[in-house]
Structures are given as C-alpha cells and as structure tokens.
Design a protein around this ligand. Structure first.
Ligand code: SF4
Length: 189
C-alpha cells in the first residue's frame, strides 16, 4: 500500500515558494517608471512600439512611482535632478529595480568633468542593470530588460535590499553631493 504520509513544509520553505511564485509574476509583468533625464530616452519609443514591442515581455509604462517595479534612468543626472530621483525611488514599493541607460549613468560619460552632473549613479541609489553605450542601441536596451528578468529569476536583483543594508553609505554619498537630504515618509520614519 502506498504511504499517504504528508510532511509539511517549514515556514522558510513556504516563504521561499511564495517568493518564487511572486518573482515569476513580477519578472513577467514589469511596470516601468521612465525618468527620462538624457538623450538615451530616445531609444524607448522604438523599444515600446511595433519595432521591438516590449509588451511581448509583459513590460509597460506606469505613471506613478508607487505602482512601478522598475525605475529607468535614461542618461545624465544633474545634482538638482538627483535629489528628485532619490525621492522618486524611495516612494516605490519593494521589491524594486533600477536600470541605468548609457555611459552617463556608469561614469558620467561625456559630462564626467561637469560641476553640475554626477558621475556614478550607483553611489547614490542601487542600480541593478547598466546598459552601456552612448547612446545604447535599442537591441542593447531590450537585452538589458532581459538581463533584469534573468537576475530576478536567479534572485540576484537585490539592489533594493542593498539600499537597506548599506543605507548609511548611500546617504553619506547623497549628503556629500546634495547637502541635507530630508524626506518625510514611511521609508525613513
Ligand atoms: S550616454 Fe550619451 S546618449 Fe546617453 S544621456 Fe549620456 S550623452 Fe546622452
């Protein structure tokens, strides 16, 4: 006779299963908030329309940070814009992801020696995927999205966790660039 003995899963296993299910749906329906700061943003229309049709991947635009999964930063960032970007990122629900477009987000690009432009975005907020190039072509952008989906699948898109764990480091960099960074919301209080 077959055994009908049932061994229940531990709480950790149940949590892990739920996260796997959640990650499956999340990576197949990524909603993007487009923070179009620089010229790399011009690659988004072909990515979104019939040429590359990113909706095939379940990706689509979202109007507000609180409903978005992915923050797209499409190029250079002035100090003035960085402050708004940090506020926007911190309003997003977790888990959340950042994709940085172009050399400007990696090392400042052609503006690397400007007094008003930051050089390395991931000193201030955690970037999960960089798409290299100036500007990156649409294939590279689409590849960046597929890379992000793979990272989520393999539990490696952990920038949002890093932001919690090393918040003091991020905050110190933010303050060094901007002076006081004062936000009153549930993330900080
Ligand atoms: S990487 Fe090049 S194309 Fe992109 S925002 Fe910077 S200067 Fe513009």
């Amino acid at each position: 006779m077959l055994s009908t003995k049932f061994s229940p899963m531990s709480k950790e296993e149940v949590d892990r299963k739920w996260w796997e299910i959640g990650d499956f749906f999340r990576r197949n329906s990524l909603w993007m908030l487009m923070y179009c700061t620089g010229c790399c943003a011009i690659e988004l229309p072909p990515a979104m329309t019939s040429a590359y049709d990113m909706e095939r991947l379940g990706m689509g635009p979202m109007a507000t940070p609180r409903q978005a999964d992915v923050l797209l930063v499409t190029g250079y960032l002035s100090l003035k814009t960085l402050r708004r970007l940090i506020y926007t990122y911190e309003q997003m629900s977790e888990p959340k992801y950042i994709v940085g477009f172009g050399s400007c987000t990696i090392n400042g690009g052609i503006y690397h020696d400007s007094h008003a432009v930051i050089n390395q975005l991931n000193k201030y907020i955690p970037v999960d995927v960089f798409v290299a190039g100036c500007m990156p072509n649409t294939e590279a952008v689409m590849n960046g999205f597929v890379d992000l989906m793979d990272l989520i699948k393999n539990k490696k898109a952990n920038g949002w966790k890093d932001y919690h764990e090393r918040y003091e480091w991020y905050l110190a960099n933010q303050k060094a660039a901007l002076g006081e960074v004062r936000v009153h919301d549930e993330f900080h209080e």
